[in-house]
Design a protein around this ligand. Structure first.
Ligand code: PLP
Ligand code: COI
Length: 369
């Protein structure tokens, strides 16, 4: 049963009955990542003929797809991920959602999919979050993770950009991404597989990139590691990313702390956490550099004590320290497999800002309600 009403760009069909307080509390215990979903979702259809249609906020449930829908065959599918945080002052705010709306359209262009007006992306997310306020957890490090995505729905087996799509947003209350929490991970440097090549889709957040990464991740697991580290496809020397996160290295140079992260060459995903940490570094008294880093440099800098920490960063897990690096050539330990002070400080600074504990001096937080 649903109750229907109308907003400017959206029809609203609320779930009836809503989930009870007790049931919601039960589902929100021991959250983890991406396993629990809220009660509603947003759906906006697109056709080449009519453009974006009227959106609907409706009860969470299955999508009906024609078995010939081209996403199922040729993989036109892109997604985003950002979070809504409960604030000290009782408001709910999202972190840089306009950056996700912008990157979503960059991904859309790369996959020959239609762009969605950024204002509509933001309005849709705000409507869903306002409806699902009770699903935003309270603890620091917990949030409501928003998963906007777009898939090609046209029933057609010819290889061409589809003429029909659907844009959807799901909401999922989230705790720690990795089951072990913020403990340092061991990474495997992948020689056998690459994530992205020049001219490919590495800078887009498209489903196929993740499908192609799974076998390398499985190999890393088989080598006793938690995550895979990707090298560039051409030279197989330059470090690009760790799993689904950007990577940062901490150097000590002439009494200064320098955060070094691989430059965006077109094969890396331009992370919003990466960009934010580069901006925050200055405020925390750290220098930062965007440049290429080779595997040889990683090993040498660690052995010489010039590099003191390494960590990965992304929306889902925020900051994940790297405690050890393994490859076919050997294994190196970083910071005695402990979380280092720079990773801890940056994580705390970012989370405090996201939860409204420290002032939002960059104007990054977007008030939803
Ligand atoms: N790299 C990849 C491959 C990703 O999937 C993500 C996640 O979105 C990131 C990096 C980090 O990006 P962001 O900080 O915008 O979440
Ligand atoms: C991230 O937020 O860092 C991600 O990579 C999201 C992941 C679940 C695809």
């Amino acid at each position: 049963m649903t109750a229907t009403s109308t907003l400017t760009n959206f029809d609203v069909e609320l779930a009836n009955p809503r989930i009870s307080l007790e049931e919601r509390q039960k589902r929100m215990l021991n959250l983890g990542f991406g396993k629990v979903f809220s009660e509603h979702m947003i759906v906006i259809p697109y056709t080449a003929e009519l453009g974006w249609g009227r959106g609907t906020l409706k009860p969470y449930g299955p999508l009906v797809l024609d078995p010939a829908a081209s996403v199922l065959h040729y993989g036109q599918a892109i997604f985003e991920g950002f979070k809504a945080y409960r604030q000290r002052d009782g408001h709910i705010r999202t972190f840089r959602p306009e950056a996700n709306a912008h990157r979503f359209n960059q991904s859309a262009r790369r996959l020959a999919m239609p762009e969605l007006p950024e204002a509509l992306f933001l309005e849709a997310a705000d409507l869903l979050i306002r409806t699902e306020q009770d699903w935003v957890p309270k603890a620091i490090g917990e949030s409501l993770y928003l998963r906007p995505f777009m898939i090609a729905t046209e029933a057609a087996l010819g290889i061409k950009p589809a003429s029909e799509y659907v844009f959807v947003i799901l909401a999922s209350p989230a705790g720690a991404y990795f089951p072990q929490g913020v403990k340092p991970v061991t990474v495997w440097i992948s020689d056998d597989y690459v994530r992205a090549a020049p001219g490919g889709t590495g800078a887009a957040k498209c489903a196929g990139n993740y499908a192609a990464s799974l076998v390398a991740q499985a190999q890393a697991k088989g080598e006793g590691c938690d995550q895979v580290v990707w090298l560039d496809a051409v030279h197989r020397r330059y470090i690009e990313e760790m799993g689904g996160m950007n990577i940062m290295f901490v150097y000590q140079e002439q009494g200064e702390t320098v955060i070094v992260t691989p430059e965006l060459t077109g094969t890396l995903l331009p992370g919003i956490t990466r960009l934010s940490l580069l901006q925050l570094a200055k405020q925390l008294g750290f220098k930062s550099e965007e440049r290429r880093v080779t595997v040889e440099e990683w090993e040498a800098a660690l052995l010489e004590g010039r590099m003191t920490e390494a960590f990965a960063c992304g929306t889902a897990a925020v900051i994940t320290p790297i405690g050890a690096v393994k490859s076919r050539k050997g294994e190196w330990i970083i910071n005695r497999r402990e979380t280092g002070p720079v990773a801890a400080k940056m994580r705390e600074a970012l989370l405090n800002l996201q939860h409204g504990i420290t002032p939002d001096s960059y104007g990054w937080m977007h008030t939803v309600c």
